[in-house]
Write a protein of this length. Structure first.
Ligand SMILES: Cc1cc2nc3c(=O)[nH]c(=O)nc-3n(C[C@H](O)[C@H](O)[C@H](O)COP(=O)(O)OP(=O)(O)OC[C@H]3O[C@@H](n4cnc5c(N)ncnc54)[C@H](O)[C@@H]3O)c2cc1C
Length: 410
């Protein structure tokens, strides 16, 4: 910023999380001058040798095949792979109540893997390494945006320490509690899932065999996501867990000692990975479904969790955010090729039209699953067990579900 503490760009992306940083990277060939702003300092590049073999980021994401393709095109995937990540080739989902179960296998779908588990910090560092050298991009951090003035020619963002940043277009990627969305008074439809998600890393007695597990318990789903301690990890003894539970149960689980928590986990996953030998520090997040009624207002456009946040049970949230970024980047490029201004309503509404329906569809699917498995009435329990096993036997439906979850049919 110059000495008057005023700066001007064509595009400002607020939020350098996984989605905002991807957006910046996708605009790498744009002639626009772009700023990526975050209230937290960017940490560049994972030093593979410094990754502790037994210490993982508690936040991981299951990335779909399409997301992998996006990052391969951006030259980011090679860095992720050489740091560490774990492909999963099978997935078993079953119901704690009865005999209902469904299994997916990459081999059945003629794919190498169903998806890849990546620590969020590994993904972000690989992205930052890529964008650090991007000529059309200024990284502004730590800078917190406090307020916004939207007029007919430009948007001006005011930072916490009194600086002004103006631009033609603001892309809000500032997460589920988006300040930009709030400042623009974009309404949301939201409701509480009445679930807390507990996340941590565990070491198991038996190898995970690159298999993701999910058991639906009446208090909420429990997922085990396989991790690799190093790029060619043969031991396969680490998993990230996401245990979603009603608040009372989550509170009980958080209050347990590590060894009590591990025994509870061993029981709750029905001993499929032998004893849970060890767990790292536990973190608990409230889960809330949120969807912005509009993704666009004047010169501001929402992407990622700023536009939508959903239950992590099918690991779709950030994958949807990456698709928002890809579609917005394409629409901006197309708009400029046909001579339109950056914040032209036609350009931005094309983005909204393409993404809103797809995101809503996935959100309703997750909502349906969550309610189906929260339901205690006997006929519904019986039907869902029958349904799961039925679907497991009908490969056309199963393939459709799997392809949707892998992002192949978006
Ligand atoms: C327990 C759990 C498990 C999950 N598992 C998966 C999974 O397996 N697969 C999947 O696809 N998704 C998963 N998700 C969802 C996924 O984590 C989110 O969709 C994703 O993190 C959203 O990324 P984002 O970049 O949009 O927002 P965020 O990660 O929230 O980033 C927002 C950024 O904006 C910055 N910011 C905020 N306000 C300001 C401001 N005023 N000024 C400047 N900067 C600001 C923040 O510092 C932050 O860096 C999971 C979510 C949870 C809770």
């Amino acid at each position: 910023m110059n000495s008057k503490n005023e700066s001007n760009f064509d595009i400002v992306i607020v939020g350098g999380g996984m989605v905002g940083a991807s957006m910046a990277c996708l605009l790498r060939e744009s002639p626009c001058r772009i700023a990526l702003v975050d209230r937290v300092k960017f940490k560049q590049g994972v030093d593979q040798n410094k990754l502790d073999r037994e210490k993982f980021d508690p936040r991981v994401s299951a990335l779909t095949a399409v997301t992998k393709e996006i990052f391969s095109d951006l030259n980011v995937w090679a860095d992720i792979e050489s740091a560490r990540c774990c492909n999963y080739v099978d997935m078993h989902v079953w119901d704690a109540d009865g005999t209902g179960s469904i299994s997916f296998s990459a081999a059945e779908l003629n794919q190498h893997e169903l998806g890849t588990i990546v620590e969020n910090s590994v993904l972000s560092s690989a992205l930052y390494k890529q964008i650090a050298e991007q000529e059309n991009l200024s990284l502004l951090a730590p800078v917190s945006i406090d307020s916004l003035e939207n007029d007919s020619d430009e948007v001006t963002l005011l930072t916490e320490d009194g600086n002004r940043i103006s631009s033609q277009l603001v892309i809000a990627a500032d997460g589920a509690n988006s300040k930009i969305r709030e400042l623009c008074q974009i309404p949301t439809r939201e409701w509480d899932y009445n679930h807390q998600a507990i996340v941590t890393t565990v070491r198991t007695e038996l190898p995970h065999q690159q298999t993701a597990l999910q058991r639906f318990i009446d208090t909420g789903p429990l997922a085990f996501l396989p991790l690799a301690a190093e790029p060619d990890d043969q031991s396969q003894k680490y998993c990230s867990i996401v245990w979603s539970a009603v608040p009372e149960r989550a509170e009980q689980l958080m209050a347990l000692s590590d060894s009590e928590f591990c025994s509870e986990l061993t029981k709750s996953i029905e001993g499929r990975l032998g004893e849970i030998e060890n767990c790292d520090k536990r973190y608990s997040f409230p889960l809330r479904q949120r969807h912005a009624l509009d993704y666009v207002k004047d010169r501001v456009v929402l992407i990622g969790d700023a536009a939508h946040s959903i239950h992590p049970l099918a690991g779709q949230g950030v994958n949807l955010g990456f698709l928002d970024a890809v579609v917005l980047a394409k629409e901006l490029k197309h708009g400029s090729e046909v001579g339109r201004q950056l914040a032209d309503p036609t350009v931005l509404s094309r983005y909204q039209r393409k993404r809103k329906g797809h995101n809503l569809g996935m959100m309703w699917l997750m909502e349906g699953f969550k309610h189906l498995f929260a339901e205690q009435a006997l006929p519904i329990r019986w039907l869902r067990n029958l349904g799961m096993s039925g679907v497991d036997n009908v490969s056309a439906i199963k393939n459709h579900l799997a392809r949707r979850a892998m992002g192949l049919d978006w």
